[in-house]
Design a binder for this molecule. Structure first.
Ligand code: DGL
Length: 278
């Protein structure tokens, strides 16, 4: 029987819409509920325990929307909180690290992979381990990680493809160029927006991995495997932010296009008590 409950997607803010966009493209018949925790973003500069608490509250809000699956679109939340969320959830939880790591290993020819992400993601070491695990049968594999925190602000400012972005990218990406990587994982929700600039700096032969695409295909597999696909009637797109809905929509609309997001509501989630869950 069809399961028309929505898929819940959350991120620290608007960046996760790059993942939502791929989910909508891959499974357009599925309803979605998106929560962006803009009021408490960025997560990439927070501590491990804060990221876990915030992520649990985000998940609790989505559970109250009767979702059939939860997608952690945020790389920082995936690296720090996935295990805890998966343990506490009664619906499947999808994270972004392993799909991105596998896609990178499939793409590389010279075995040199770069990971660019927030400080919290890089310092967790989780992405690096996931790439090493996914590539354990490759004869040689080198992983180089680089935190690019200013990319988040540039993406939110809409400075995706200008000289400020280019100068910043040149500075951050110099060590990866030096290392001769042929594949770079965009291991942060916002970075696909800067893909042109990153590509200009890294050169046309370096492949950029947008984990949103890989995640969307995992979502599809889980829907099929668990027999929880929607029949496509009354497909809805709901959006919530913990900050100002009009700002969310103004900054977020270039991410999604097609008049989305629309009707965004404000939702504060710090009222949810997660103390018994950690
Ligand atoms: N969503 C975060 C990530 O993918 C980036 C923004 C933040 O630091 O909160 O890591």
């Amino acid at each position: 029987m069809a399961d028309n409950r929505p898929i819940g997607v959350f991120d620290s803010g608007i960046g996760g819409l790059t993942v939502l966009r791929e989910i909508i493209a891959t499974v357009p018949n599925e309803s979605t509920v998106y929560f962006g925790d803009d009021g408490r973003a960025p997560y990439g500069t927070k501590s491990h325990s804060t990221i876990i608490n915030y992520s649990l509250q985000d998940m609790m809000f989505l559970q109250k929307q009767d979702v059939k699956m939860i997608v952690i679109a945020c790389n920082t939340a995936s690296t720090h909180a996935y295990k805890t969320l998966a343990k506490c959830s009664n619906v499947p939880v999808v994270e972004v690290v392993v799909p991105g790591a596998r896609a990178a290993v499939e793409a590389t020819k010279n075995g040199r992979i770069g990971i660019i992400a927030t400080n919290a993601t890089v310092s967790s070491g989780v992405y690096e381990s996931a790439v090493k695990e996914a590539g354990k049968n490759l004869p040689s594999l080198e992983v180089y990680s680089q935190a690019c925190p200013l990319f988040v602000s540039l993406a939110e400012e809409g400075w995706w493809d200008d000289e400020v972005a280019l100068l910043t990218a040149k500075r951050y990406l110099a060590p990866l160029k030096e290392a001769g990587v042929d594949t770079v994982v965009l291991a942060c929700t916002h970075y696909p927006l800067l893909a042109n600039t990153i590509s200009k700096v890294m050169g046309p032969d370096v492949k950029l991995i947008n984990s949103g695409i890989a995640v969307a295909s995992v979502v599809k597999d889980i829907l099929v495997k668990n027999d929880i696909e929607s029949d496509g009637t009354n497909v809805t797109r709901s959006f919530y932010t913990s900050d100002d809905p009009s700002r969310f929509e103004a900054v977020a609309s270039p991410f999604l296009g097609r008049g989305l997001p629309a009707g965004t509501k404000k939702q504060v989630v710090d009222k949810y008590d997660v103390s018994g869950l950690v």
